[in-house]
Ligand binder design. Structure first.
Ligand code: ZN
Ligand code: ZN
Length: 215
């Protein structure tokens, strides 16, 4: 592992202790008791954490770096969980740890938009919002939304299908694929939509799992 990656991993581990679960305590001993392989000296040297009156805490720059690393890690988890549908926890974690470093190179916001600006990771932990999320909250129309939130007659492009693999397979076998244009023809009593020249009727549960890029 490169040293900057090692630092990021350490900052992420500390996030849970210093920010998310203050009951763990933030003295050197408490932190090392919770996670022994954390390079505290390195983080202190780099000016990412500081020790004040026996308590460790992030410096301003350390906090920003940690928040951004946590955000990229949890977005990566979402990516593997929702889109690639990895169901194995270990595979997801391993893949997320590698991808979070690639996400830094400018595609983080693209991924966040694609995922619909998720607020939590698959474990239910909060994803710190990015600039893209704050902008999306401001705009009334979400960039991507489930088919169930579209209006009758509204058009869009299928962004991805969020479902257990059986549902996904069924929809894909029907020809409902990401990248295809979709029109919602009716939303009652079932969801009727067209993709190309074919028309489909699905229940609300299935419609909820079709995520559409609107407009
Ligand atoms: Zn998680
Ligand atoms: Zn976002």
């Amino acid at each position: 592992m490169k040293s900057d990656e090692r630092i990021e991993e350490a900052l992420e581990k500390l996030w849970e202790i210093l920010v998310e679960d203050s009951s763990l305590g933030n003295s050197r001993e408490k932190i090392l008791a919770h996670t022994s392989d954390i390079p505290l000296e390195l983080l202190l040297q780099e000016g990412l954490i500081e020790e004040v009156g026996g308590s460790l805490g992030y410096t301003a720059s350390g906090r920003l770096a940690a928040q951004s690393a946590i955000r990229r890690h949890r977005l990566s988890e979402r990516l593997f969980h929702d889109i690639i549908e990895t169901s194995q926890e270990e595979t997801m974690e391993e893949a997320a740890c590698q991808v979070e470093h690639i996400l830094k190179k400018g595609i983080e916001e693209e991924v966040c938009r694609l995922l619909g600006h998720p607020q939590t990771c698959p474990h239910g932990k909060p994803i710190p919002p990015g600039k893209c999320c704050l902008a999306a909250v401001k705009s009334i129309e979400q960039f991507v939304a489930p088919l169930t939130s579209m209006k009758k007659g509204e058009k869009g492009i299928i962004a991805y299908i969020k479902a257990g693999s059986k549902k996904l397979q069924k929809l894909m076998a029907m020809g409902v694929l990401p990248g295809n244009a979709i029109v919602l023809d009716s939303n009652f009593p079932s969801f009727v939509f067209s993709v190309g020249y074919s028309q489909y009727a699905v229940d609300a549960d299935m419609a909820e799992s079709i995520i559409v890029k609107r407009g």
